[in-house]
Design a protein around this ligand. Structure first.
Ligand SMILES: Cc1cc2nc3c(=O)[nH]c(=O)nc-3n(C[C@H](O)[C@H](O)[C@H](O)COP(=O)(O)OP(=O)(O)OC[C@H]3O[C@@H](n4cnc5c(N)ncnc54)[C@H](O)[C@@H]3O)c2cc1C
Length: 300
């Protein structure tokens, strides 16, 4: 794609907005990134699992996930070269535990994983509860430290490539011409000023909020709460993707434990006692570090 002479607007500075801005900026495109609130982007809280096989995807979604996964190392290398920062990509593999070998063999992506019996599962996930008798190891899946590394590296790469950030700008409306073509966006700046910014091209990357600007999009919010524990470095090497709970060990021992799934919470922010109890309850019966106790992961 040849760069367009006028800047393209990126609406939203989460993972998608930043990733698209980075790729366009590498092609020499001038860009303005409008972001309401950096800290509300899901990329700053997500677990960063790269898990199309562990999640048991099927059909076209699995193919998309596999194609994406194959591109991640080259993509990360670009971001690291442009930013000078590490993204925290770890090819650590993901283990999915099952109560029975039958459950394991029926898993939609079983054919892409290595089958683990109880002793192999224990070797991969030391101390896993005795309820878990089988597992699948997806060595090709992994994780990235999105919250502490990837998002920052993307921001730095974009800034270095000349992307103009307008943090604190809330896009109110897309203004269209008679044939539905984009003509401008109306926004409120960080200073509270109402502004109309003419543009013919924009990328809508507003995450869960995108339907507020394009109501025809089938996008809605699902709130997720998670917590992190500091475990000894190397206590757990693999990501464990259990039913209802997952454990994501970062390089330095930080253990990300997720997550609730709360469609009824809408855009509600903040943590709730229930929301924090759910992931920890799935990881073990008591407070941290309980992931060595039974059950490792709550009932399916
Ligand atoms: C708890 C949890 C765990 C997750 N774990 C994983 C995981 O392990 N693996 C995985 O692949 N995915 C995971 N995800 C999903 C992943 O985080 C999201 O798919 C991804 O971050 C979405 O990126 P996005 O850029 O589309 O949206 P977001 O990151 O939410 O960014 C949207 C941005 O747009 C801005 N915005 C919205 N409306 C406007 C407006 N009108 N004007 C200006 N700016 C606006 C917001 O301020 C925000 O910064 C998880 C999500 C959650 C919540």
């Amino acid at each position: 794609m040849a760069p367009s002479p006028e800047p393209i607007l990126i609406l939203g500075g989460g993972l998608m907005g930043l990733a698209i801005a980075h790729q366009l900026a590498r092609r020499g495109q001038a860009l303005v990134l409008l972001s309401r609130r950096r800290s509300e982007a899901a990329g700053f809280v997500a677990a960063g699992m790269l898990a199309p096989h562990a999640e048991g995807l099927t059909g076209a979604l699995l193919q998309l996930g596999q194609a994406s996964l194959a591109r991640v190392p080259a993509w990360v290398a670009q971001i690291e070269a442009d930013s000078g920062l590490s993204c925290g990509l770890r090819n650590c593999g993901i283990v999915v535990p099952f109560r029975t070998p039958g459950d394991r063999d029926r898993y939609p992506t079983a054919a892409w994983g290595s089958k683990l019996d109880r002793s192999e599962l224990e070797r991969e996930v030391p101390g896993i509860g005795a309820d878990w008798q089988a597992g699948l190891l997806f060595a090709q899946d992994g994780q990235i430290d999105n919250r502490r590394q990837l998002m920052r590296a993307l921001e730095r790469a974009c800034a270095r490539l000349g992307v103009q950030f307008q943090e604190g700008s809330e896009v109110q409306e897309l203004l269209k011409g008679p044939r539905g073509e984009l003509q401008a966006v109306r926004l409120i700046t960080a200073e509270g000023e109402n502004l109309t910014l003419p543009c013919s091209q924009a990328v809508l990357a507003g995450g869960a909020w995108s339907a507020q600007l394009l109501p025809e999009l089938p996008v809605f919010p699902v709130k997720g709460q998670m917590l992190s524990l500091q475990a000894p470095k190397g206590a757990l090497e693999r990501v464990v993707f259990g039913p209802g709970t997952y454990l994501v060990p970062r390089e330095d021992g930080l253990l990300v434990v997720g997550a609730t799934s709360e469609p009824e919470a809408g855009f509600g922010e903040g943590l709730t006692p229930d929301g924090q109890r759910t992931p920890i309850g799935g990881a073990g019966p008591e407070a941290p570090p309980a992931f060595h106790r039974r059950p490792l992961i709550g009932g399916r």
